[in-house]
Design a protein around this ligand. Structure first.
Ligand code: ZN
Length: 246
């Protein structure tokens, strides 16, 4: 659960979270170069101050390490997306100050994010703007690519789905209602085909079992040709990797 921010003179705005079942404290610098610290539920303000002061140097070293990495995006970058579609990062050579998104006039499988001439990919604010452009673009691309892809998977597996829709939430990859409507995250657009298919199969299994019981997993595993556990692990790895742009 997000609890709020603490302003720190060295570390900047630190986001504080709590999570039940946690015993130790976890800290990470997120994609926006902001420190996130997760505490066990019931943490006291004094404990938070103590953790910040005792670990200040470690946190600063973590940030330094992060800043020494190459930027996440670069000019000419090609992000491979669902079913051989892609997003290219381009630089506007004119005088526009805007970050824009679009679909290539000559190639219907190519979307683009165009950054201004003076964009500095190492600048966290510019990086965050590229990410928000990608999110914006994904909402559009998902309607054209994710939904037809999901319909094909359902047909292939012989499942009848009342409807597919693109969900608004960014955290949840998929959701199935008791009426058999499956809502999918637009972010599946950035997934390799087999992992998007796995997420869809998980939701198709919910058409029969609205829980995560052993029966549910047996059905999900059947739909995934016996690879549920392997795909779940691959999915987690992918979402933590540099290949996942969001
Ligand atoms: Zn589920």
């Amino acid at each position: 659960m997000f609890c709020g921010y603490i302003k720190d003179k060295d570390l900047g705005r630190v986001a504080i979270f709590t999570r039940s079942g946690m015993r130790s404290v976890r800290a990470k610098w997120n994609k926006f170069r902001q420190l996130e610290i997760t505490f066990p539920v019931g943490v006291k303000p004094d404990d938070i101050s103590r953790v910040l002061s005792e670990n200040r140097n470690r946190f600063l070293a973590m940030r330094e390490e992060l800043e020494s990495r190459p930027p996440r995006f670069h000019e000419g970058q090609v992000i491979n997306c669902l079913e051989n579609t892609r997003v290219e990062i381009r630089r506007n050579q004119g005088y526009s100050h805007y970050f824009t998104t679009g679909l290539d006039d000559n190639d219907i499988d190519c979307f683009f994010v165009e950054v201004p001439r003076n964009c500095d990919f190492a600048n966290p604010a510019h990086e965050a703007t590229v990410i928000s452009c990608l999110k914006h673009l994904t909402q559009r691309a998902a309607l054209i690519h994710v939904i037809p892809f999901a319909m094909d998977v359902a047909a292939d597996k012989g499942c009848s789905v009342s409807d597919f829709e693109i969900g608004r939430g960014l955290k949840k990859l998929g959701h199935c209602t008791p009426k058999g409507i499956i809502s999918l995250s637009a972010n599946l657009f950035f997934f390799p085909d087999h992992l998007a298919r796995y997420v869809i199969c998980h939701e198709l299994a919910h058409l029969h079992f609205m829980n995560h019981s052993a029966d549910f997993h047996a059905e999900c595993n059947r739909l995934c040709d016996g690879k549920e556990a392997q795909l779940e692990q691959e999915l987690r790895d992918f979402m933590q990797s540099d290949q996942y742009p969001l």
